[in-house]
Design a protein around this ligand. Sequence first.
Ligand SMILES: N[C@@H](CCC(=O)N[C@@H](CS)C(=O)NCC(=O)O)C(=O)O
Length: 565
Amino acid sequence: MKLCTFHHGDTTRIGVITDEGVVDLSVAAPELPGEMVALLAAGPDALRRASSAASNAKSRLALDSLRLAAPILRPPKFLAIGLNYADHVAEAGIEAPKHPTVFNKQSTCVAGPRDPVWMPRISHVLDYEGELGIVIGKRCRHVPHDRAHEVIAGYLVVNDVTIRDWQFRVPTWTMGKSFDTHGPIGPWITTADEVGDPHGLRLRTFVNDELRQDSNTKNLIFDCYAIVEHLSAGFTLEPGDVIATGTPGGVGIAMKPPKLLVAGDRMRVEIEGLGALDNQVVAEPDATLLWHRTRSSSMAPLELHHNGLSSCSQKVRLVLAEKNLAFTSRDVNLVSGEQHSPEYVKLNPNHVVPTLIHDGRVLIESSLINEYLEEAFPAVPLAPRDPAARHAMRLWVKQIDEKVHPAAGVITYAIGARPAQMLLPPEQREANVAAIPDAARRAARRSVLEHGIEAPEFEGALHAFLDLIDAMDSRLAPGCWLSGDRFGLADAAALPYVLRLEHLAMTPLFSGATRPRVADWLARVKARPSFETAVAAWAPAPILNLFRTQGEAVWAEIEPLTRRA
Ligand SMILES: N[C@@H](CCC(=O)N[C@@H](CS)C(=O)NCC(=O)O)C(=O)O
């Protein structure tokens, strides 16, 4: 028998799904409890009466015309087992557990089989997990394996939707597993007698039309009966409790590269004989903000004070985008000198962007911000695990920070930013320079504003860039990244500077003929979605045009300086 819960006008009812349509039990068997947990608690006799009422019913509703609800609207307990398929354990990179890994999903996260699943506003690290779910039919404790089938009312499909960063940043998974709407179950309960042995059912998960998980419940490490035995050894199981038995391999976070869900994606989880869940990801609605609106603090936990074209800002935005982290944007106008304003200097005493504020903590220095993000939001890793590879990655970052970044200020101001600065009244221009706290940087700025590419600092700065792209070209193997075998913190550190050369029309320095590996690497960085969201979307076209025309105008003078023995 297939038992469902469905919406009917303003009411929610339970019914039986038959080949001819859905039998409304409130009509066919009005003496039975009208709610699923109560029906299950009423025991096998009540289920038998529901079944015969369904066989004899005079009227049936078309399944397509109904809006199905979660068969159990509010399970007394919503338990789940982690790491219960060998291939999932392998993709998680850990050893098979000796005991079932039990965690809770809050019962408030339950959603219907066709309900929307919310992309939370505080994290976008959203993933699916298709699973077989057990529905308990009998209050029980200390159930031995060979009698566990007696306490199971039936089975259903579960999508154990997960917010990965919230799952992994603390030892217990409850938060990351319990966001509102993140527990679609259904589409109905197929009773245990109809299922027979639950350990031979094909399970598949699709995202849009792409098959992501394809396994069979015969691959469960701890089978359904072992799970019931294990849980009931510790606490009472009750009718209506739902136990998600674990997900097979193929979750989005473990794909290479990770494929996390985005708004608009449709998830379909189907299990042979049990039906399918079809849930679409939508943005979390504003209605959930009622509580926040009464508070004055900012809603997003990440706030970035940055500038569209600043290299250090690009570096941090790339990491935020790669990690799917949304942030509140605070633009700092570097031309007008907003970085020197007393309010901003309270946040960043170095008078520079970026500054990240996370949950009220103020973080400065772009490379340290990126390291912080790597530790605070590890779900999408951007640093290799191997210590030597990690050291190599950090060495790139350090050398870029120490050698290339100071040179970038010289190159950018000498060629691209000088004309805009020259339009400012001289007193304001001088005030902006005088406010730079670092003496060497202040002197260099003054010099390039005065002399442009004739400034004595210019050639050395150009050579710092050439050193970078030469090192990259000899280090990068085809298809490879600076951080190892996947895009990472070193690539994010290098990108803004290679891009700066491009913005200033110095692309002959890394064409297919000169430094082809840098050209290939840059094309691959640009093909990543993060490039569009973190870099291209923030680059103001008029400034890019100005940079390019200025660059083109001086290329003939610069080109001889770029030829090295
Ligand atoms: N070491 C700092 C450097 C930051 C930095 O130099 N930021 C530049 C933009 S990329 C800036 O704010 N410049 C302001 C100015 O030149 O007045 C970091 O990595 O955050």
